[in-house]
Design a protein. Sequence first.
Length: 228
Amino acid sequence: MWLRAIILVCLITVTSIYIMRYASKVKSDPTRGLVHELEQEQAADAPAVDLNKLPTIRITHILTIITIVAGFALLIWGVSKEGWWMEELAALFLSMGVIAGLVSGFGPSRIASEFVKGASGIAYGAFIIGLARGIMVVLDQGNVIDSVVYGMSTLVGELPSSVQVLGMYFFQNIMNLFITSGTGMAVTTMPIMVPLSDLLGVTRQTAVLAFQFGDGFTNMILPTSSAL
């Protein structure tokens, strides 16, 4: 717990200093911004906004907000008290979307079309997760995971105990080259990392930290990263 808190404070401090220095540089000279040309293109194409004719909140907006708040309250209750998981949560969010559409005055066709628009935005991530799950099924049914865990434990086990965790971290970095989705990599690598941490005698929380660092830091520099 304390280690995570210290890491959080350090990372937030470094990131905040970098962002503030970059913002100060761009404020003094906007042309030094990394997205200066992109901002100019977007500003040229964007329609003018009349601040005197902004839309006002209506009763349908309030009902939509109430639907969302009630839905998340039900989610918290269901997960904590009733053991809800993927099937129940999927049904809950689908119901929230339909109810929000109805209270907004949308008809069935409009609700369906808006649902398709929203789903298209997450189709890539869903495909990656499904593909990663398919990989795990093949690895599990083919008894490949056991061999991978044994091989990794043998390789990392030869390292001094102080750097065994670094070996797990570098393994995550290498995997991030091929699986850029954080969720997809979790589905693929954590079934390997958890038993590996047990064999090496390190805590599972340490394996999670190795995953988080391996998935987080490299996303800032890898050309295959979706963030870039």
